[in-house]
Design a protein around this ligand. Sequence first.
Ligand code: ATP
Length: 351
Amino acid sequence: MMRPFYTLVAMQTIGALMLISKPMHNLTFPILRLLADAKFRSGAAIARHFQVSRTTVWNALQEAEALGVEVYSVRGKGYRLPEPLSLLDKDEILATLGEKRHIFELQVHDQLASTNSFLMQASSQGAPHATCVAAELQTAGRGRRGRVWQAGLGASLTFSLLWRFQCGASALSGLSLAVGLALVRALHEYGLPGAQLKWPNDLLVLHENKYHKLAGILIELQGDMEGPSTAIIGIGINLHLPNNLIHTIDQPATDMHTLLNATINPNQLLGLLLKHLAEILTEFEHKGFESLRTEWVQYHAYHNQPVRLIAPDGSETIVKVSGIATDGTLLVETPTGLQRVLSGEISLRGV
Ligand code: ATP
C-alpha cells in the first residue's frame, strides 16, 4: 500500500521553522535529484549510489519534509516522489541562452535565504557584472518594504541578477518597469501571452475575471545617486504552487502550471528571462525608459482605470490612472489635477 512518508500538514507547520534555521542534510538535494523523475528507487540502491548507509538516506529524505516535498515510501519498492520535480540545471539554462551565455556568470544554489541578499553581499565583494544567482529553494524571500516572498522547491523560480550601470541611481527610476517588460517578453516567448504589468513591479494575469499575481520584482540599488551604480534585480515567478503555499499569500496568486496546464521547464524559462533581461537592460541604459514606454503601456493592467493608492500609514486615495511618464512615474488624475506618483512608498490596487 502506498502511503505518504510525511503528511502535508506536518510539512507546512514544521517546514517554515526549520527552513530558516537549519541547513539541509547535504544529501537531501542530491537524492531528490535522483528521485526527480518520480520513479521508484529502493533505499538500498540509493544508498549504494551515494556510498552511504540506508539510514543516512532515510535521514536525508526525512529532511525533505522541511523542504515541502512529499516522498512516498512503499515497503518492498522504495521511495518515489508523487510527481516529477523540475529542478534547475546549469547546462540547460546556458544552452537556452545560446550565444548570450557568455554575458552571464551563472550560479545555481540548492538553497539560499534570499537570492537578493546573497547577491548584494557578493556584489560588495566585487562580483562581476551580469552575475546571476538562482536558488532551487529560497527560504526567506523578500518583497518591498519588509514584505515576504513565498517560494517552494519545484514550486517557484527565484533568482537575482546583478547589473552594473554607468549612470547613477537617480537615472534608474524606471528600472523596475523595464524589468517587468523583459518578463512579459520572456513569458510570451515561453508560450504565455496575456501577462500584464502592475506599476511599478508586479506581473499579473487575469484569471477567472480577477487579477492574480504571477511574479514579483524586487530591485535594490548600491552606489551613488549620480555616480556608477549597481542594481540587484530579484525575480520570483510561480511555477506550480501547492495549495498550502498559496494559502500563505495574502492576495490572489497564480502559477504558470495552472495557466498553461503543463509542466514548466525552469531552465528554459530562466534562459529566456536572462536573454530578454540582457536586451532590455542594455536598451534601458542607453535610451532610458522612454524608448520602452509605449510597449509597457500595452501591458499596463490598470491603464485609464480607477485604482486605490495606499500610503504607508494605510490611508487610501482613489484616483484614475492616466499613464506613465517617461521616467517611469505613474500619472494619475485627482480632483486637484494631474499628479505624478513615485514608486517608493505607494502601493497600488484595483478598485
Ligand atoms: P506593491 O508592490 O504594490 O507595493 P505588493 O503587496 O505586491 O505591493 P511586493 O513587495 O511587490 O508587494 O510583494 C510582496 C507581496 O506579494 C506579499 O506581501 C504577498 O502579498 C505577495 N506574495 C508573496 N509571495 C507571493 C507569491 N509567491 N506569489 C504571488 N504573490 C506573492
